[in-house]
Write a protein that binds this ligand. Structure first.
Ligand code: NAD
Length: 494
């Protein structure tokens, strides 16, 4: 039931076609100059990998090969860590906060100047709609750099005890593919502001914007070795985080890999932050502003194809409202446009990889096999590339795998509840604890719910709102440590 067939007796006509037909409005890709191959960024220069190995990065919307990316070997990782160490000892840790902040401001301004190029490249390599990369990802990336630039000369006022907090040294940073550039900014900006140098490994399917960021570091005249970018897959990441000369490990990715990393650094003096998976509840009470809540639920699970760690992947809707809410949600879902990520009218782009698509298909199949009701609006999916229609499952209980496991795709599990206490119990009945959403007219209920919910972030009458001043992070299997805000700095100082 993946390609828009109707289930549960809904009319089979697409509301999209009943409403408007939008002419294609593709963003031009000519602004981006993609090289046929990329080296590693070490000590301020692009260098060839010692082993000479590389892999292809593709456009998930078309399966077209975009470029060859280098696979960093153990020797390359060692070279990058050494370069970061030298830059830390000789330059960056000696520089005043005021001087460091000038570099960060410069980077932030170049990010803004080159924002269109970055947005197009992000959409090409990741598959996310240009509307999101242009209006959400890239502006936030610049905002995180501006925000942490402001802290670099004010660390002694950040409330971390008396005196100026000291940097840790070299940070090993590993990030996922869902928000490639944004996750890079969450890692690099606070690390540099606090006086650390970094070696960052982007995800293997989305290296290109990190490599463009390396160019931006050159353009900003950042001293060589302060930022190093090594590309590669899991083995490169493992080598990096277990390197003997890194002082700090910052990882964002799956809970499984997070566990392996926690084990590999146990017994060392490395400081660690882990930002892992989630299975957030988006809780709608019957006194909520309903249409606003429908928008929030749609944004909560279909933004970025649902490839969002804090996605509202479990809709908890009050029983008295459930039928009305579901009808409105389906009507709204039928207007979502799935297709070309570079088209400015696209709401849902491509799934990032064939592996991720297989995982979404598998878990959706399990949902059906376990008896949940599956529904997706009719929508034409492109022939090439990796696609999955926005999908909901009704009649889901806590026993279903789709209610417990992170699907990381545009798939929503709908669960009902009767009382606030039952909503809290169901929302907290998960090994994760990253985020939650509450939709209600009552302020007192929002405060009560926020106190009861075991989630790092609780949004009220909104969802997926990010701000550099606000800490973000999880409880339980969603990891530990916080990124963003003053808390994000704390992870990079002693
Ligand atoms: P993943 O764990 O497979 O990969 C993440 C990164 O780790 C990649 O760069 C990968 O190459 C690298 N890696 C893989 N194995 C490694 C190992 N053994 N040692 C070191 N590095 C290794 O995750 P993914 O599929 O890329 O990303 C999706 C996951 O990320 C989801 O679970 C999502 O919830 C999570 N995520 C969390 C947050 C957050 O802030 N909590 C944000 C975004 C994504």
């Amino acid at each position: 039931m993946e390609t828009g067939q109707d289930v549960e007796g809904e009319p089979a006509t697409s509301a999209t076609s009943a409403m408007f037909d939008y002419a294609p409005a593709p963003e031009s890709r000519s602004i981006v100059d993609i090289a046929s191959s990329y080296g590693l960024f070490v000590n301020g220069e692009f260098v060839d990998p010692t082993g000479g190995k590389s892999f292809k990065t593709i456009n998930p919307a078309t399966e077209e090969v975009l470029a060859e990316v280098s696979e960093a070997s153990e020797e390359d990782v060692d070279r990058a860590v050494k370069s970061a160490r030298v830059a830390y000892t000789r330059v960056w840790s000696k520089m005043s906060g005021r001087e460091r902040s000038k570099y960060l401001y410069r980077i932030a301004r170049i990010l803004q100047e080159r924002s269109r190029e970055l947005a197009v490249l992000e959409s090409l390599d990741n598959g996310k709609p240009i509307r999101e990369s242009r209006d959400v990802d890239v502006p936030l990336v610049a905002a995180y750099f501006f925000y942490y630039a402001g802290w670099a000369d004010k660390l002694e006022y950040a409330g971390f005890g008396t005196g100026t907090p000291q940097p840790l040294g070299v940070a090993a940073q590993v990030i996922p593919w869902n928000f490639p550039l944004l996750m890079l900014s969450w890692k690099i900006a606070p690390a540099l502001a606090a006086g650390n140098t970094v070696v960052l490994k982007p995800a293997e399917t989305t290296s290109l914007t990190a490599l463009l960021f390396a160019e931006i570091c050159q353009q900003a005249d950042l001293p060589p070795g302060v930022v190093n970018i090594v590309t590669g897959a899991g083995a490169t990441g493992r080598t990096l985080v277990s390197h003997g000369d890194v002082d700090k490990v910052a990882f964002t990715g799956s809970t499984d890999v997070g566990r392996q990393i926690a084990k590999s650094v146990a017994g060392t003096s490395k400081k660690v932050t882990l930002e892992l998976g989630g299975k957030a509840a988006n809780i709608v009470f019957d006194d909520a502003p309903i249409d606003q809540a429908v928008e929030g639920v749609v944004n909560g699970i279909f933004f970025n194809q649902g490839h969002v760690c804090c996605a509202g992947s479990r809709l908890l809707v009050q029983e008295s409202l459930a039928d009305d809410f579901l009808a409105r949600l389906k009507r709204r879902m039928a207007t979502l446009r799935v297709g070309d990520p570079l088209d400015k009218n696209t709401d849902i782009g491509a799934i990032n990889s064939s592996e991720q698509l297989a995982k979404i298909r598998e878990l959706s199949g399990v949902g059906e096999a376990e008896g949940a009701g599956r529904w997706a609006p009719p929508c034409d999916l492109p022939d090439k590339g990796f696609w999955f229609p926005p999908t909901i499952f009704t009649g889901v209980t806590a026993a279903h795998r789709i209610a417990r496991e992170e699907i990381f795709g545009p798939v929503l599990s709908v669960i009902s509840f009767r009382t606030p206490a039952e909503a809290v119990e169901k929302a907290n009945n998960t090994p994760f604890g990253l985020s939650a959403g509450v939709w209600t007219d009552k302020g007192s209920r929002i405060l009560w719910m926020a106190n009861q919910l075991r989630a790092g972030v609780v949004w009220a009458n909104t969802f997926n709102k990010f701000d550099p001043t606000s800490p973000f992070g999880g409880y339980k299997e969603s990891g530990y440590g916080r990124e963003g805000g003053r808390h994000g700095l704390e992870a990079y100082v002693r």
